[in-house]
Unconditional design. Structure first.
Lengths: 106, 196
């Protein structure tokens, strides 16, 4: 069995939850989200994060605003919407159940 | 940020913009600006960080493809017409078992619905050539060019029956297609990490 592929699938499943959890703490732009999501180990890559953010934004789970300050990079800040908060709550509940089940089995 | 880094970022974003042509203009610009900003922030941390970020971003056309696929599928799932979604799902049939099985099952159901519609309408136009005949052990149902000599069993009752079966097949195909579309959307989530 290819363990790298298995590990990659595990990360895939967790990325959306991690990104929403990061945004639940405070509004952030892409690089900040990436730094916070990956501080305990790599969960999401640069090239994967932005399409995910676009999809979550289109789905109404997060909202975005551009911050244009002269002399600095324009930055797109994301924040959780009420719909995103509800989804995060449900995902946390499911994650807790899943982790408990795995702890019992493995 | 060095001049070389700036040029490298500009070249990457130009390739990305070019590869994103299928997307709406404003969305392309927004994506390109965000990626430019990300790479510039990384470059400000040093050239090694920029190199690392570029490697993890992947080739510009691959990044663009993941955006385009996301848009195509999300757009098709949200559209009322099933045709774009059916085409998008069938287009992925070689890469996903769910798309292969679900896409062809939905296509079959749509064809059955179409056939039932033709039977219902055909009975009203050419009643002698549409119906259900039993001759010996053989049963013929539908539209026939040479109606069997036996007794036609359903009469005009075939019209509501075909319409009902057709409607059920159409609704089932529609629901199946949207289910597959949503599943595929869920799977287009990030290829996470450098190992992905």
């Amino acid at each position: 069995m290819d363990l790298n592929s298995w590990q990659s699938q595990l990360r895939k499943g967790a990325a959306e939850l991690v990104v929403l959890a990061v945004l639940a703490r405070q509004e952030a732009y892409g690089l900040q989200i990436l730094d916070r999501a990956n501080q305990a180990g790599e969960i999401v890559s640069d090239g994967a994060l932005y399409p995910l953010l676009t999809r979550l934004e289109k789905a109404g789970k997060i909202a975005a605003r551009w911050d244009m300050v002269e002399g600095t990079n324009p930055r797109k800040y994301y924040r959780l919407t009420p719909e995103g908060e509800a989804m995060l709550g449900e995902m946390r509940r499911l994650w807790g159940g899943f982790r408990g089940m795995m702890d019992t089995l493995v | 940020m060095t001049k070389d880094s700036e040029q490298e970022i500009d070249a990457y974003v130009r390739r990305l913009l070019w590869a994103l042509q299928a997307l709406p203009h404003d969305d392309r610009l927004s994506i390109a600006s965000e990626i430019h900003s990300h790479l510039s922030d990384c470059a400000a941390r040093g050239e090694a960080e920029l190199d690392k970020a570029m490697a993890k971003m992947g080739a510009a056309d691959a990044l663009a493809r993941s955006y385009v696929e996301e848009y195509e599928l999300a757009g098709a799932v949200n559209r009322a017409s099933p045709a774009p979604l059916l085409l998008t799902v069938l287009n992925r049939a070689t890469r996903s078992v769910a798309a292969f099985v679900g896409g062809f099952a939905a296509l079959t159901l749509y064809l059955i619905a179409l056939g039932c519609g033709a039977v219902a309408i055909g009975k009203l136009i050419e009643p002698g050539y549409v119906g259900a005949w039993k001759t010996g052990h053989d049963l013929s149902i539908g539209i026939v060019t040479n109606p069997p000599a036996g007794h036609e069993m359903m009469g005009y009752g075939i019209v509501p029956a075909a319409a009902l079966v057709g409607a059920i097949c159409f609704i089932a195909a529609h629901k199946l297609l949207r289910l597959i579309g949503r599943r595929l959307l869920a799977r287009t989530r990030p290829a996470l990490s450098a190992n992905a």
